[in-house]
Design a protein around this ligand. Structure first.
Ligand SMILES: NC(=O)c1ccc[n+]([C@@H]2O[C@H](COP(=O)([O-])OP(=O)(O)OC[C@H]3O[C@@H](n4cnc5c(N)ncnc54)[C@H](OP(=O)(O)O)[C@@H]3O)[C@@H](O)[C@H]2O)c1
Length: 282
């Protein structure tokens, strides 16, 4: 039932991408990964978001195999880490990611963070991987408007996805508007603010009016703004709860009340700083 109602977004390169996905950051051992992926599969998630930097591509690949999920039912995203950027390094690291994930193609490959020294070389490797059909879609993560504008000065292919931190305390409306204008789909990472926003009284009130959890209200808010989302949980009940968001609607006043919670509060690094220092901090 949930499955039938789950929307897909059309990317500028013609491919489609599920609007709801599952983030696997911090899922660190095989048993936990298998339990989470089995629960996600049962709840109708198809998109799985990992990264070279998470160190869990291998256990994710093994989970897909052990659970015998057909490759055609999966949409797999991984991201090239800062240390693997550059033309040759990117190509080599993606080859390794494919092996670890036990697949011969990726649905989406993202540059994890912009870094200045390898900015264009990494993207040139991405364009080659797409041309060779090793990767269906190419995109970026943690790019601000200036990074996107700069990339466009030399790119042959434009990114079709920009995965950015986004939750009620960091709504980033100007960047979302810019992404839309450039036909880039914005995908929210830490869509629940890593739990930071879950105690908010405004959200609690809206949740009680709908008899839904605060997490469901936040995820529904993202969906109605047109964002793709990749909430993470290792708890099967919460995994299912986070997918049950397609059978109710927030009204305009509720959408506005949530938008007003923005306080530009990051849980992760600031991309402008990472671009300069070439690694994440905190
Ligand atoms: N591109 C990037 O730079 C970047 C950076 C960070 C993350 N990401 C991606 O985005 C994904 C999601 O982000 P995230 O993991 O940082 O944060 P998140 O999804 O916003 O929040 C995850 C936290 O919320 C809890 N949670 C999940 N569902 C809940 C619910 N229904 N009720 C109460 N608590 C709930 C989880 O705990 P339990 O597990 O105990 O349920 C976990 O502590 C990551 O897994 C990763 O794939 C990308």
């Amino acid at each position: 039932m949930t499955e039938l109602l789950q929307p897909k977004l059309r990317l500028a390169d013609g491919h489609t991408m599920p609007q709801l996905g599952f983030g696997v950051y911090k899922l660190a051992n095989q048993a936990t990964m298998n339990t989470a992926i089995a629960a996600a599969n049962r709840s109708g998630y198809h998109l799985f978001d990992t990264a070279q930097a998470y160190g869990n591509e291998a256990i994710l690949g093994t989970a897909f195999k052990e659970l015998a999920i057909p490759r055609t039912e999966l949409f797999i995203t991984t991201k090239v880490a800062e240390v693997n950027q550059g033309y040759d390094n990117t190509l080599r690291s993606v080859e390794r990611s494919l092996k670890l994930l036990q697949t011969d193609y990726l649905d989406l490959l993202l540059v994890h963070w912009p870094i200045h020294s390898q900015f264009f070389e990494t993207w040139r490797a991405f364009e080659r991987l797409k041309a060779e059909k090793i990767v269906r879609s190419i995109g970026v993560s943690n790019y601000h408007q200036t990074h996107l504008d700069y990339l466009a000065t030399r790119a042959n292919e434009q990114p079709v996805v920009n995965q950015i931190e986004n939750h009620p305390y960091l709504s980033q409306e100007p960047l979302l508007a810019y992404d839309r204008k450039q036909q880039i789909v914005s995908q929210a990472w830490s869509p629940l603010g890593r739990g930071v926003v879950l105690q908010d009284p405004v959200l609690a009130k809206i949740a009680s009016q709908h008899q839904r959890s605060v997490a469901q209200i936040i995820l529904r808010w993202h969906i109605q703004r047109g964002l793709a989302i990749i909430p993470k949980s290792q708890n099967p009940q919460r995994i299912s709860e986070n997918a049950a968001i397609f059978d109710f609607k927030l009204d305009a006043d509720e959408m506005t009340a949530i938008a007003r919670l923005n306080r530009r509060q990051r849980t992760g690094a600031d991309p402008e700083v990472v671009y300069e220092i070439e690694h994440q901090y905190h």
